[in-house]
Design a protein around this ligand. Sequence first.
Ligand SMILES: [Zn+2]
Length: 254
Amino acid sequence: MIKNIYRKIVSEKQRIALHYALYKIEAVLLWGNRYECCCCGKSSRRFLSHGNLGLRKNIKCPHCLSLERTRILCMYIKNEIFKSGIQPMRVLHFAPVKGLKDFLKNSPYVSTYIDADLNPNVATYQADMTRMPYEDNSFDLLICSHILYCIPEDRKAMQEIHRVLRPGGKALIVDTIEGDTTRELSHLPAQELKDVYGDEATCRVYGRDITDILGSYGLKAHIIDYVKQLSPEFIEKECLSEAFDSEIVDCINT
Ligand SMILES: [Zn+2]
């Protein structure tokens, strides 16, 4: 009841701003240096809890709100994409998370940064991944983390990724990957999707055949479990040992 009244009188944009303000207070209370976040570079004595299917402890940076999967993706971009000598990139970032967004915006390897989402309250630009308002070959790098699984027409989004990337451009896709074969789930009741998969908007769970699906749209893809390439010391410092849903599908536009 109170939650409904709050939602009626306070806009989503205001609620998000308040949400960030409260986290800033929490970040001060968690002052310390045991853990560090590679997205924002800040330290804390512990991370925050988070989870749609039960809270998991010590996983979300209190400064930039990045989860483990975001920190792993950020390290992949730092180590494997932003190499010295590359031309600054035109980057399109869907469903931006604050920590990664700030890192990309401020990177000397980025010439143009556009963050976009279907929901205009969570990104600077509103855009539908299945009908992107961008010219062909507009970007060198496209990032979308945990978004394709909830797009009913995901194949259209893949076509659009291929279209807006220049030949040889890269897409980094992070999504839940389970088993060998993609399972379509949109026929299930919303409550079941929420209870079992943590999000009633879930349309599917991708299998490892996501590389074949992307390949059929001109995106040569391979799956990388990048946390396995990070040192034990770094995993401990960034609190990545329990990370899941963090495999990166690295695609080259052919
Ligand atoms: Zn952070």
